[in-house]
Design a protein around this ligand. Structure first.
Ligand code: 9MG
Length: 272
């Protein structure tokens, strides 16, 4: 077996969807009390970052207006800040939500649109926080209809390089750039598997790599299991990604992923 590239920064990002219609945990954390309890549980379980979202990205999900998105996310960010310094990422496409979330205590912007909407790129640059730039083919509504690539790995790499360049021109510091191949966003199972197999190639972009595969359809397609039975599949792909040098894993099952990654880290401690 070739020597794996294990990131010394390997971090676990726990997902908290405050939406009623997320694909895997829709409605489970749609009150402040439930979402806050989930945040506390993830912190205790060893999460390094919490990713808070107030709008589902699932195909066909309902668009959420700014006041509703703010009402779902800001009280939770403030409540977490009362008890913890854990880095908080805000998963949003709206520049106004980015601003308000950072003012409330969020420290990272997670953009599935790679800051391509409105003035989000300029606003993110002003806020001077780390940004996650994710690849997506199409839009959340249409992306899974017929994704087509000639060479998925090359095309996703090229897209992300373009977004890194745009971020740098806008004034985002190089150390604040995180890239994400966007598993499940405009990709067939084969595209997702090719990206996972080639993940180490993304290191050449010179940015931190974030991946989110937890409970996703690619796992369901291989295992033929619904979202609530994809834990072991999710842990397997987390380990594969970590062994290829991913820096941040976006997951729903923090405690279980902590154990799986402890084994990967142990491997990084021995040399031959
Ligand atoms: C919000 N969201 C859902 N899936 C995601 C993924 O794979 N990466 C990032 N950055 N965000 C995601």
């Amino acid at each position: 077996m070739s020597t794996p590239t294990i990131s010394s920064k390997l971090q676990i990002m726990g997902v908290i969807n405050t939406t009623p219609d997320s694909f895997s945990d829709g409605g489970k954390f749609d009150t402040l009390e439930k979402a806050f309890a989930q945040a506390q549980q993830m912190i205790t379980a060893g999460a390094d970052i919490l990713d808070i979202g107030g709008e589902s990205t699932r195909p066909g999900s309902r668009a959420v207006d700014e006041p509703e998105e703010l009402a779902r996310t800001l009280p939770l960010i403030s409540a977490i800040r009362e008890i913890s310094d854990i880095p908080i990422s805000i998963d949003t496409n709206k520049a106004s939500v980015m601003r308000a979330a950072v003012a409330a205590g969020a420290n990272i912007i997670n953009s599935i649109w790679a800051l391509r909407l409105g003035d989000s790129l300029q606003v993110a640059a002003q806020l001077d926080v780390p940004v996650c730039l994710m690849h997506m083919q199409g839009t959340p509504d249409t992306m899974q209809q017929k994704p087509i690539y000639h060479d998925v790995v090359a095309e996703v790499l090229e897209f992300l390089q373009g977004r890194i360049d745009a971020a740098l021109v806008a004034g985002i510091a190089p150390h604040n750039i995180i890239v994400d191949p966007g598993f499940g966003f405009g990709k067939t199972l084969e595209h997702n598997l090719l990206l996972l197999k080639s993940l180490s190639e993304f290191r050449k972009l010179g940015a931190q790599i974030l991946v989110g595969m937890s409970r996703k359809g690619m796992i369901g397609a291989v295992l033929d299991k619904p979202a609530d039975q994809r834990l072991y599949g999710s842990l397997s792909v987390a380990v594969i990604a970590a062994m290829q040098g991913a820096d941040i894993l976006r997951v729903h099952d923090v405690a279980e992923t902590v154990d799986a990654l402890a084994m990967v880290r142990a491997l990084g401690q021995v040399a031959r």
